[in-house]
Each structure stands twice: as C-alpha cells, then as structure tokens.
Design a protein around this ligand. Structure first.
Ligand SMILES: Nc1ncnc2c1ncn2[C@@H]1O[C@H](COP(=O)(O)OP(=O)(O)OP(=O)(O)O)[C@@H](O)[C@H]1O
Length: 256
C-alpha cells in the first residue's frame, strides 16, 4: 500500500501559541486513520493545515507524493481531498439531492455567467451534476431520503448526508472533523458502520473524534496529539495501553 497523505514536520503557531508542533504523519491508501487528543490539543488546526484552510508556520504536506502546502483548499480538493467541518451544516430547506449537488459545485466548469444565461454548457453540467449526485446518494445508501428536505431528517441521517456531500467530489481521502459530536450511542454506532461502509467502497478516511470508543472501534491506526505534539501513534491496542495517552486523557494513575 502506498502513502496517500503525509505531513512532514508540520507546525502552526498563533502568536505565542504553538497549536501544532512538528507533526509527522503518514496515512496509507485504504486506511481509516484516527486523530485524537484532549480539547485544544491542535487536532482541528492540524486538519486545517492538511486541507489548505490555513498555511503552516513550517513543514510540508504531500498528497499522493505531490507537495500541496501553499495550495488553496479548492485546489487541494481537486487533487482528491474532501473534508467535513464541525460547524458547516446542511441547508435545511433544500432536499438531500440539492444539498449533495452543492458539493459538486467545484467540479463543474460552469461559471455564474453561464448559469444566468442558462446556456448549453450549464444545462449539460447541471444534468451531469444531478446524475452524479444521485449516484453518490445511492452508493452510500441514502436513496430513500433523496427528495426529503434535510431539516426534516433525524440528526444521525443529516450527518450522513454531510458526508455524502463531501463524497460528491469523488475524493481519494475524506477528512471528517468530529462526525459523532452530539450523537446518541445508537446514532454513533450507525455512523461507525456507515464510515466503515464508505471505506470499503475505496475511500481512505481520516477522522478527528473525541469519542474514544468510536475511534478505537473504527480506526486501523491512531495518532494522539497533546499540546500540539504527537505523543503516540499506532494501532488501537497500542494507543490504549500507552501511559502518556492515559495521562493526557485522565491524569496520572488512571487507565482506559
Ligand atoms: N485562529 C486561531 N487563533 C489563535 N489561536 C487559535 C486559533 N485556532 C486555534 N487556536 C488555538 O490553538 C490551540 C489548538 O486548537 P484546536 O482547535 O486546533 O484544537 P482541537 O484539538 O481541535 O480542540 P477541540 O477538540 O476542542 O476542537 C488552542 O489553544 C486554540 O485556542
């Protein structure tokens, strides 16, 4: 298996705060890779650097061996990376299909001018976008909700639609930022099965999550960050038994 996403010595400082400190990471093609750490550890900042939302203070990020540091988020998306955000939600009054179609926006060549003139290119793009969006929705098993306004769906389903929208770009790797936040145990379990399913379809997954059980049951490899620094990396069993990890989460003398 080859390396899909790699960070080398990535650091990010905000004024005096070193939010991310010299992080090296390698995510292999086909993996489900977890990033965990206590509140404020630097997980989201690290994701933001990897996906081009913010530049690193130093270090480099490679996607499929290509240096992507300095590229804009949409350029990185075009090279095969998609992500969900903690706080960007669905459009409640739009259907599932319409929401997923928005995810395609970056993939089509149509510009605003074409759309206003409603010319031939717009029509072809629009048809293609509708067809492809339907395919994504079917592929992830959400067909029954295709024409339902997103706001009418249960919370757990809405989260799945957010993931489907990110898949509209047909990424090689999908970055999920706390997908299980606010979910009850049932929804969390269903989400776990959902993420496993899309991974089996060939998408590599990187996930930030607070829910330790979720990460332990989902991920093949886990990176643990504390105060911006990598403190441990390995399979779930290794991470679970690591004394530094236990200390970071629960304080001295406590075990998971
Ligand atoms: N734009 C910013 N300006 C200044 N400081 C920031 C900024 N973004 C993050 N930080 C700081 O960087 C550190 C890491 O924050 P980050 O949000 O990356 O952590 P996190 O691990 O994702 O936390 P959480 O689990 O609570 O979401 C924190 O101390 C935070 O206050």
């Amino acid at each position: 298996m080859s390396v899909l996403l790699e960070s080398k010595n990535v650091s990010k400082a905000f004024g005096g705060v070193k939010a991310v400190n010299n992080i090296d990471m390698k995510i292999m093609k086909g993996d489900i890779f977890g990033i965990i750490g206590p509140n404020g550890a630097g997980k989201t900042t690290f994701f933001n650097v990897c996906s081009g939302v913010i530049p690193p203070s130093s270090g480099q990020v490679f996607l499929n061996g290509e240096l992507i540091t300095g590229l804009k988020p949409e350029q990185i998306a075009q090279r095969g990376m998609a992500r969900t955000f903690q706080n960007i939600k669905l459009f409640n009054y739009m259907t599932v299909l319409e929401n997923v179609k928005i995810g395609f926006h970056m993939h089509t060549k149509t510009n605003m001018f074409d759309a206003i003139l409603n010319n031939k290119r717009f029509k072809t793009d629009e048809e293609m976008v509708t067809e492809e969006s339907k395919k994504v929705i079917e592929e992830v098993g959400l067909s029954q909700f295709m024409n339902v306004p997103a706001g009418n769906l249960a919370y757990g389903i809405q989260r799945k639609v957010e993931i489907a929208r990110a898949l509209a770009l047909r990424p090689e790797i999908l970055l999920l930022d706390e997908p299980a936040a606010g979910m009850n145990p049932n929804e969390t379990w269903e989400l776990l099965e959902f993420v496993k399913k899309i991974n089996k379809k060939g998408y590599t997954i990187a996930v930030i999550e607070h829910d330790m059980k979720f990460v332990m049951n989902l991920c093949k490899k886990i990176l643990v960050i504390n105060f911006g620094t990598k403190i441990c990396e390995g399979d779930p069993a290794h991470v679970k038994n690591d004394s530094q990890v236990q200390e970071a989460y629960f304080g001295k003398g406590t075990t998971l």
